[in-house]
Design a protein around this ligand. Structure first.
Ligand code: PLP
Length: 401
């Protein structure tokens, strides 16, 4: 049967991205993949999770294996509130909704805020998973330039006023301010002040998606103070996730924000998955209560930091002139700029012959740009793989010059 004519407009918009297709070519086990933004699989806190599960009494076993409320497992909501308060976020008067990963948080918020044709503001480049959601809902993501301090405030103001002249007002600004996916760039503290006050002046809600902020290699928590921590007029909705501080396999994140927004997300969630995994929620509640999160992040910071340092050193040593890259202060990624004429999709095909893979730049760009960019993840490769992978990539770049 031919189904095409039966698909909805939204169903027809669903397309496999070019990068997914290209990444399928990278299935060869000899290929060193620096593509996926995966946490270090060597160091998942498996023993801690085992201890947690072994300690469960009948009540917790039932809570973990039974359906749960859409609004989340109560003790988890309390633990998240305590955890985020420690980073300077005021939780009083705010609501928290556990979600099935940060990905579902983005999706619920988009569903609650956007009709087809609505404008949303995003960074250039921005998180690919968010772009897919915005496009899926028929929204129109408008890209904002960044520099090495993050989103450029003048650009934000210009875009907002330009849109207003066309009677369009953005539904929200979506930002990933700390060790951004894909660039690794961090929005400086003064920029955060400026961006917040511009959004306040022009009355634009902010969705702050901040999965990596605890994984810093330099400075301390005060250097990565969130937009939500500045939120005097209740306009910031903050997305968090357990994917980088516990395990992405649990598929657990959360939305923290004004109750009228969060309660709508909860209503939307009812018809999506009824509740996030009860099992994951009970594990995560106990993980936070036991203080394992601080132990884990303290352990992972130097591990990610040394992987990043090695990758940057290898890039410096191996890459031909004309290639540059970002210098992340935390997180999982560095972002490469190739010589202007070089196309990262063609380079990927060449790289696969050299047995190395990465993610191409253009899918992160909502303006069709980024052809000469690419993202490298250092998070889930061993030190040996990083060294060898960068060497192979440099070989592929040289063969295209
Ligand atoms: C910026 C950003 N937001 C959201 C996500 C999705 O996270 P989760 O695994 O919690 O769905 C990721 C994952 O890579 C990310 O980098």
């Amino acid at each position: 049967m031919e189904f095409d004519k039966f698909f909805s407009a939204a169903g027809s918009r669903l397309k496999s991205s070019k990068i997914r297709e290209l990444m399928k070519l990278a299935g060869d086990p000899e290929i060193i993949s620096m593509g996926g933004g995966l946490p270090d699989a060597e160091h998942f806190p498996f023993e801690e999770i085992r201890k947690i599960i072994d300690s469960w009494d009948g009540v917790k076993r039932t809570a973990a294996l039974q359906y749960g409320a859409t609004g989340g497992y109560g003790p988890l909501v309390e633990q998240i509130a305590e955890y985020v308060s420690a980073s300077g976020v005021q939780t009083h008067g705010q609501a928290i909704l556990p979600t099935t990963g940060a990905q579902q948080a983005i999706q619920l918020l988009t569903r609650v805020f956007c009709d087809p044709g609505d404008t949303v503001l995003v960074e250039l480049p921005t998180f690919i998973g968010a772009v897919a959601v915005f496009i899926g809902y028929g929204a129109d993501p408008v890209g904002l330039l960044m520099d090495d301090q993050g989103l450029v405030p003048g650009e934000l103001e210009e875009k907002i006023t330009g849109l207003r002249e066309q009677n369009r007002s953005p539904k929200f600004l979506y930002t990933n301010p700390t060790f951004q996916n894909p660039t690794g760039i961090t929005m400086s503290q003064s920029r955060r002040d400026e961006i917040y006050s511009l959004c306040s002046r022009y009355d634009v809600p902010i969705i702050e998606d901040d999965p990596y902020y605890e994984l810093y290699f330099e400075g301390g928590p005060e250097d990565y103070r969130s937009l939500k921590a500045r939120d005097k007029d209740d306009r910031v909705i903050r997305i968090g996730t357990f994917s980088k501080i516990l395990s992405p396999g649990l598929r657990l994140g959360w939305i923290l924000g004004p109750p009228d927004v969060v309660s709508r997300c909860e209503l939307a969630k009812q018809s999506e998955d009824a509740c996030s995994s009860s099992f994951s929620q009970v594990v995560a509640a106990d993980y936070l209560a036991a203080g394992y999160v601080n132990q884990y992040t303290a352990k992972m910071r130097p591990i990610y930091s040394s992987k990043c340092r090695l990758m940057l050193d290898c890039l410096q040593k191996e890459m031909p002139e004309g290639v540059s890259w970002s210098h992340p202060a935390g997180g999982f990624f560095t972002w490469l700029t190739l010589p202007g004429h070089m196309d990262s999709e063609k380079l990927l095909l060449e790289s696969i012959k050299h047995k190395v893979a990465f993610v191409t730049g253009s899918p992160f760009h909502v303006d069709g740009g980024g052809r000469n960019k690419l993202r490298l993840a250092f998070s889930n490769s061993s030190l040996e793989q990083i060294e060898e992978g960068v060497k192979r990539l440099a070989g592929a770049v040289r063969s295209m010059l």
